[in-house]
Design a protein around this ligand. Sequence first.
Ligand code: UD1
Length: 309
Amino acid sequence: MTKVLVTGGAGFIGSNLVIELVNKGYQVTVIDDLSMGIKANLTEVWDKITFYEHDVCDHAFMHQILDENFDYIYYLAAVSSVADSVVRPYETHQVNLESVVDTLEYLRVRDLHPKKFLFTSSAAVYGNYPELPKREDSRVQPLTPYAIDKYAAERYTIDYGTLYGLKTVAVRFFNVFGPRQNPNSPYSGVLSIVTKCLLDDEEFTLYGDGSQTRDFIYVKDIVNALIFISEKQESNDVYNIGYGHQTALLDVIRQYERVAGKDLEITFADRRAGDIAESLADVARLTELGFKPQWGLEKGLEEYWEYIK
Ligand code: UD1
């Protein structure tokens, strides 16, 4: 039986991934300290997984788990909020970089060879440098503790492949939305906040004029891409995961209003400091690998609304 480890498996993307892996019949172990994730995200698969409520920074604990010799390791555990990383830079560093390097190092010294070690990074590594679309070899400009550690951990992930023969891959998420995304912070993904406002008939604050664009991607396409990439032979590379389409924030809100059959009450406020005007992934590398998204923005919004309403 295929054995899989998912760190951060109770979080937004992690839980969606765990559910799909369980549906594929894999034996899934989840490590999550519930600092961002919640057990309720895993309710539907709870009886089928092994769950450890534990911090990935506890190296001795991680080593014991890694000795179980997994076929696939998906590394999603992280301080996942950029704002949080700015408030807690050193803790972020321990979680977002040190724990990853320690895991890679343990695999190396113990001569453990998962079929793939997959690390999840972010479009945040590209920063504000105005060049679109973002290719994996575009200039990076990590501007926050979050982005710096994500970028460094990507490099370690790839280098443990090229230098020591581990099969590794890193991915950069663009703007992910869908079920189980927590809407409760102003820095939560914008579509989770829009969803909550639509549901509860609350006013939505739009920072800027709504012309800022993002490459929004539905979480089920993200999950499919993660599984697809990890099960391919190709290793030791980094992949953008987005749709390769940019949509203005106001346009995606209008589209969502049609899907929900409701109008969103919008208050406009000043653009946020550091907000990027445009974001768009070049997804040629992922497409060339053979990946095709199944959902897309419109179907993703429809399914998300169906799930939550
Ligand atoms: C996303 C990441 C961030 C990363 C950045 C790098 C998420 C949640 N955030 O930020 O960690 O640094 O990519 O590219 O994935 N907005 C509103 N009202 C709100 C919330 C947001 O108008 O209540 C606006 C924001 O100002 C922004 C847009 O919506 O212009 C998208 O915001 P958000 O979902 O936070 O994502 P990014 O800013 O792209």
